[in-house]
Design a protein around this ligand. Structure first.
Ligand code: 13P
Length: 255
């Protein structure tokens, strides 16, 4: 049985005091929520403070990105996976579509970041998903398969089993236009079948595949009830404790 993950990606939001206020508000709302792993991904500037504030709680912390370089070195502006682990992060988001779209992230750079993250014992949340033009051109399967296979290229079954994959169709991010549970579920099934083909059925059954793109308290339940959806990566609705807690505390979860 895969343990669901509900993760909040704060993107470039929250000054330090706002970030602290948000987690202090969130903590009591999810203190008894043990049915899933709860993760928040603050901006870099708030990471250490948030890790300290959440230490010993049931909320884990993710960074939104990490360097593709393992170890240390002359890489100005980069933050290594080891540094993130050192301050208390458990997860790191890799190759979010905004990094692919605006900052030149590729499947190849994602592969290096996944290796760096795994090498530092961080759990990567590897993002994949097609944009609207690709969907309209009937390229969903091809694009997502390529992102999965190239991103995870050369990784061992053991390494792949630790990775969380987030399917985030670009056309659903921040648009209020959620993929239907059927659409999401079919792509999640495709991802799992490709994982099974390359790394074995046992590994494929272990990998959590999250859905992201306009997840809200109103649609989480239907998404979680769909086959192969193991949680959510939430943007906008994770910026308020009330709405994020309602997503974490989705009910009627039954498969
Ligand atoms: P929204 O929930 O704001 O659509 O963002 C999704 C996302 O990009 C999470 O990483």
């Amino acid at each position: 049985m895969r343990r669901p993950v509900v993760a909040g990606n704060w993107k470039m939001h929250k000054l330090l005091a706002e970030a602290v206020r948000l987690v202090l508000d969130l903590k009591p709302r999810v203190v008894n929520s043990h049915h899933c792993e709860i993760v928040v991904a603050p901006p870099f500037t708030a990471l250490k403070t948030i890790c300290d504030r959440l230490n010993g709680s049931n909320i884990k912390v993710a960074a939104q990105d990490c360097s593709d370089q393992p170890g240390e070195g002359a890489f100005t502006g980069e933050v290594s996976a080891e540094m993130l682990k050192d301050i208390g992060c458990s997860y790191v988001i890799v190759a979010h579509s905004e990094r692919r779209q605006f900052y030149g992230e590729t499947n190849a750079s994602a592969n290096k970041k996944l290796r760096a993250a795994l090498g530092a014992s961080l759990i990567p949340i590897y993002c994949v998903g097609e944009d609207l033009a690709q969907r309209d051109a009937g390229l969903v399967e091809q694009i997502v398969e390529q992102q999965v296979l190239e991103g995870l290229s050369g990784l061992t079954s053991e390494q792949v089993s630790h990775i969380v994959i987030a399917y985030e169709p670009v056309w659903a991010i921040g648009t209020g236009r959620t993929a239907t549970p059927e659409i999401a579920s079919s792509v999640h099934g495709l991802i799992r079948s490709r994982l099974a083909k390359c790394w074995g059925r046992e590994v494929a059954e272990q990998v959590r595949v999250l859905y992201g793109g306009s997840v809200k308290p109103e649609n989480i339940q239907a998404l979680m009830a769909a086959r192969d959806i193991d949680g959510a990566l939430v943007g906008g609705a994770s910026l308020e404790a009330e709405s994020f807690a309602r997503i974490v505390n989705y009910i009627g979860y039954d498969r």
